[in-house]
Design a protein around this ligand. Structure first.
Ligand code: IPT
Length: 974
């Protein structure tokens, strides 16, 4: 049985690919509600095209949109695996098919003067056939690519209401080329329009706008394809340019385009029949001596991988989401975006031009699923697919060629190697030699201009940065690669809590001109908003729609939560890549802040510096500092202001903080927006005197120790100053993070569970009462194992009302500990009413040994609920680290204060770690009617082993004897 969509050919009837243009020719949007009929199989009724088919009873569907998100079929998520048998070009009989119909009337004059009517789809997933007034006008595949069909001859002149019918199949041969890591979602998901194409109109435009940095001159040539072979003129009024299309014009004194100064010039390409509006940016991309440069200067990409996503409409994203993405990127210091792994909606690229982002525009191509067949039959090296590959390259480059923001073309993602990739590269080079080519997955780099890798470890990046990486077997290829700039097209997998190790990667990128920078994987969690079985709203991930094969929460691995709230990972990334960086530096006169201008183009004229001094987190002085005049990449030490030197000696820990902020509003952020922050410690906390210990008093079953009541038999803590407290025990388990699970890295979680760290039980060995306190010794271990931890809890109390707890944890494992431990600390349960948390330590956000670059030392307050980070799959989150003291207070002012010696990590929740570990979605977490408080001496680093390396050695919590202490004090009523 042969079906058109199981063919290698790429459809029929399409007009030649051309640029996405803004024209004054009439256009009719066909977005809106269409009649819709759904079938589970591709052989849906043949009546779809019939003009007189009565579709009045059909429901309607929103176009653009995916049918799976509007009540038909279901979304499915797989990362690498194809969700159907691998037997290209065949697809299953179960091939969900959506029949779409609508009518339209031609606006007056639409066909005047011999104009043609052209139907343009910006994106249909995955294969479609279209009919107008019962006549087939074309068929197409290439989901994230535009296609145009000339429908003029199909229009029935006797009708005023024309009938447009479109049949869309979920699966086609092209699905083998579209195995991107995302939801499988189908339908007409981007705009549809009917365009009037005037005779003598501007069919296509190719802007060549270079910038000679040495001369300060722009070089402009705009090629135009005019219908009927006529001529066009190119007008750039601001530059006084009025030239023939195709003519090269030198324009002295232009301002170049860059991501930092996205200068655009309004232009028009004009014929007698049509005016096309353009925004031209002058810039030249070049690889000079192995360094990636734009406009003559090196540029560092501080990038993200962006999939198009909305939690409600999938890849049918609107202007609101596109603009939000661009603004959020800019606000967080991101300067580059890889359009993983397909060309985005064309509007997104206009927004990148306008607000300034370097773009790697990637073709709609991925054949990753052939990994499971050892790459047998991989389309990339099979000549039968050659045209499909070339078609994808053509449609991407032709559509997007005029965007100054695009500085690299990418052939696609994870498609192994082969002649068809080489053919794409050759075609692109020929058509647009002005932009280098990117492709990651052939490490010998035969058909790309930059050396790209994903998830390389820090050590490997360090080797590449110094051009000392392992050699390729072929010396010629090796020499070629060694001369290339290096980019990490994906790194720092932002799944769940993390990524850790960002700062160390950034340091490496900045250590060498060879490094172009990198793109964090990825921008946004693709969690689909859904009501769970219990009726509560949640973000769904793989498996939540009953998929037989799926990859679970791997779809939620972004720097934004699905609703576009920035995650701690994004805040960290922003701090790590801050364009204005303030870092402590030891100097002979003590620690000072060193300010570095990490812009590639801008000086610091747009930056204001504000300083403040705080004692114990309370501000005692503030002011402004003069901003040093620094060109890109230059640094200066900031002297302490006179006023600070004159302050009274500090009675508490004193910090000097400087923030850099925008002096004036930009297109992407208001005045005052923070660009960078740094701190130095001016004075440490004064040493605390410990009062003489009180002797314990026995009363019935209780031991009274200052404000503490312990159970005399078990040593368990019962209350503190009248506050009911229970469950205090040594805590070694954390709800594994996605990085602990390490699906595409080195997993810790299974080893932890094997060791029983998730099911530890405690045995009390002795309770000894002495003159200066109570000592409770015991052992914590899991069933069926001889490994465990010796524990000693030393309680003492002082006349000042404080109760001190000193804890020893001694790992005991005859076999040794093969992996780091999740955490070492204690936890306890407090009354639910203690819901206001105030702390002096790092904040305001969460931090772990290798995350938290966005946090600083200060005094912060949050409610228990606000301290939770809603990772899509529940896991350890929300730790506040290096806490000097924390108070948990009830509305009436009563509460508990805990001091670290000198600091402690704090976690506060309404549910236990066990419940957090067990939950699959946030909405399953239930208030347990108490407050669980974790006080940690240490936690394991976070790393990025969900896809990539685990924490660096210095961030591992290696099992070792540990002693730490905290002190409790009770707060009385206000
Ligand atoms: C890599 C893919 O390129 C990307 O699309 C995404 O899947 C990412 O990983 C992980 O989320 S492939 C990886 C298995 C190395």
């Amino acid at each position: 049985m042969s079906r058109w969509f199981e063919d290698f050919a790429v459809g029929r009837g399409a007009r030649p690919a051309r640029a996405h243009l803004r024209s004054d020719a009439p256009a009719l949007s066909l977005n809106g509600r269409w009649r819709f009929r759904y079938a589970e199989h591709a052989d849906a009724p043949a009546d779809l095209a019939q003009v007189d088919l009565d579709d009045g009873g059909w429901p309607t569907i929103a176009v653009p949109g995916h049918w799976q998100l509007q009540g038909w079929g279901a979304p499915a998520y797989t990362n690498v695996r194809y969700p159907f048998p691998v037997e290209p070009p065949h697809v299953p009989d179960e091939n969900p098919t959506g029949d779409h119909r609508r009518t339209f009337a031609l606006p007056d004059g639409f066909l005047a003067g011999g104009a043609r009517a052209v139907l343009r789809f910006e994106g249909v997933d995955s294969a479609c056939v279209a009919w107008v007034d019962g006549v087939e006008v074309g068929r197409s595949t290439g989901s994230r690519l535009p296609v145009e069909f000339d429908v003029t001859d199909a229009l029935d002149g006797d009708r005023t209401e024309h009938v447009l019918a479109v049949r869309v199949h979920q699966w086609s041969a092209a699905s083998y080329l579209e195995d991107q890591d995302m939801w499988w979602l189908s339908g007409i998901f981007r705009d549809v329009a009917l365009l009037s194409r005037p005779a003598g109109g501007v069919e296509d435009v190719f802007v060549h706008a270079g910038f000679d940095a040495a001369a300060g001159t722009g070089r402009l040539r705009v090629e135009a394809v005019v219908d009927g072979g006529g001529r066009a003129r190119v007008l750039v009024p601001e530059l006084g340019v009025d030239a023939a299309a195709g003519e090269e014009v030198l324009v002295p004194g232009v301002q170049p385009w860059s991501a930092e100064v996205p200068r655009l010039y309004e232009a028009e390409v004009v014929t007698g029949a049509e005016r096309v509006r353009l925004r031209i940016g002058f810039r030249t991309v070049a690889i000079v001596d192995g360094v990636f440069t734009v406009n003559g200067a090196p540029v560092k990409l501080r990038g993200v991988n962006r999939h198009e996503f909305s939690p409600d409409t999938g890849r049918a994203v609107g202007e609101v989401e596109m603009l939000a993405d661009v603004l959020l990127m800019k606000q967080h210091g991101v300067n580059a975006v890889r359009t993983s792994h397909y060309p985005p909606h064309p509007r997104f690229l206009e927004l990148c031009d306008e607000h300034g982002l370097w773009v790697v525009d990637e073709c709609d191509l991925e054949t990753h699923g052939f990994f499971f067949t050892d790459w047998r039959e991989n389309p990339s090296d099979d000549p039968r697919w050659r045209e499909d590959y070339l078609d994808r390259a053509r449609r991407t480059i032709e559509r997007d060629k005029n965007h100054p923001s695009i500085v690299l073309w990418s052939l696609g993602n994870e498609s192994w190697t082969g002649q068809n990739l080489a053919a794409m590269s050759a075609w692109i080079k020929d058509r647009d030699p002005s932009r280098p080519i990117h492709y990651e997955h052939d490490w010998a780099v035969p058909y790309a201009d930059v050396y790209s890798r994903m998830y390389a470890t820090h050590a490997e990046v360090a080797a590449i940065a110094t051009r000392t990486e392992e050699a390729l077997p072929d010396p010629v290829a090796d020499a070629r690669r060694r001369a290339m700039p290096f980019v990490q097209c994906e790194y720092a997998h932002a799944m769940g809590n993390g990524p850790g190790g960002l700062a160390e990667y950034q340091e490496l990128f900045e250590s060498s001109e060879r490094c172009m920078g990198g793109f964090v994987w990825e921008w946004i969690d693709h969690g689909l908003r859904q009501r769970g079985p219990d009726g509560r709203e949640r973000f769904a991930y793989g498996g939540d729609f009953g998929e037989v094969v799926h990859d679970g929460a791997f779809v939620a691995d972004g720097l934004l939560f699905p609703d576009r709230t920035p995650s701690p990972g994004l805040l960290d990334y922003a701090a790590v890549i801050a364009p204005v960086r303030l870092r402590p530096r030891a100097t002979p006169s003590g620690e000072l802040l060193r300010l570095t201008n990490h812009h590639d183009v801008l000086d610091l004229a747009h930056v204001r510096l504000a300083w403040s001094v705080a004692d114990g987190g309370v501000e005692v002085a503030r002011g402004e500092l003069a901003t040093p005049d620094l060109p890109p990449r230059a640094s200066a030490l900031l002297e302490l202001p006179e006023e600070v030197l004159r302050l009274e000696p500090a009675a508490a820990e004193r910090w000097f903080t400087v923030t850099a902020h925008l002096a004036a509003a930009t297109s992407w952020a208001p005045q005052g927006h923070v660009l960078g922050r740094g701190q130095v410690l001016l004075a440490p906390a004064p040493a605390r005197q410990r009062p003489a210990p009180l002797a314990p008093v026995r009363r019935g079953p209780d031991l009274l120790l200052g404000a503490a009541v312990l159970d005399a038999r078990t040593g368990a803590l019962r209350s503190l100053g009248g506050l009911d407290v229970d469950g205090l025990e040594v805590a070694l388990w954390r709800a594994p993070t996605d990085n602990d699970r390490g699906v595409h890295g080195e997993p810790l979680e299974p080893v932890w569970r094997e060791l029983g760290l998730d099911r530890l039980r405690h045995r009390t060995a002795s309770v000894s009462v002495g003159a200066d306190g109570v000592v409770v010794a015991g052992r914590t271990a899991a069933a069926g194992t001889d490994a465990g931890f010796g524990t000693v809890l030393r309680w003492s109390a002082g006349a000042d009302g404080g109760v001190r707890l000193e804890v020893d944890v001694v790992p005991e494992n005859p076999a040794g500990w093969p992996v780091p431990l999740p955490r070492v600390g204690v936890r306890l349960r407090l009354p639910r009413r203690l819901e206001e948390v105030t702390w002096f330590g790092r904040g305001p956000g969460e931090s772990y040994p290798d995350t938290g670059a966005a946090t600083w030392t200060g005094l912060f307050s949050r409610t228990v609920d606000e301290l939770q980070t809603p990772y899509v799959r529940p896991q350890e989150n929300g730790q506040r680290s290096q806490v000097r003291w924390v108070s948990l207070t009830a509305p009436d002012g009563t509460g508990l204060l805990v001091r670290g010696e000198p600091t402690v990590g704090v976690g506060v929740r309404r549910w236990s770690t066990e419940a957090l570990d067990a939950a699959a979605h946030d909405a399953e977490l239930r208030d347990e009617g108490c407050v669980w408080l974790h006080l940690d001496a240490a936690q394991q680093g976070i790393g990025t082993a969900s896809c990539g390396p685990g924490p660096l050695p210095q961030h591992l919590l290696t099992a070792a004897p540990t002693t730490f202490a905290v002190e409790f004090a009770v707060q009385r009523q206000r």
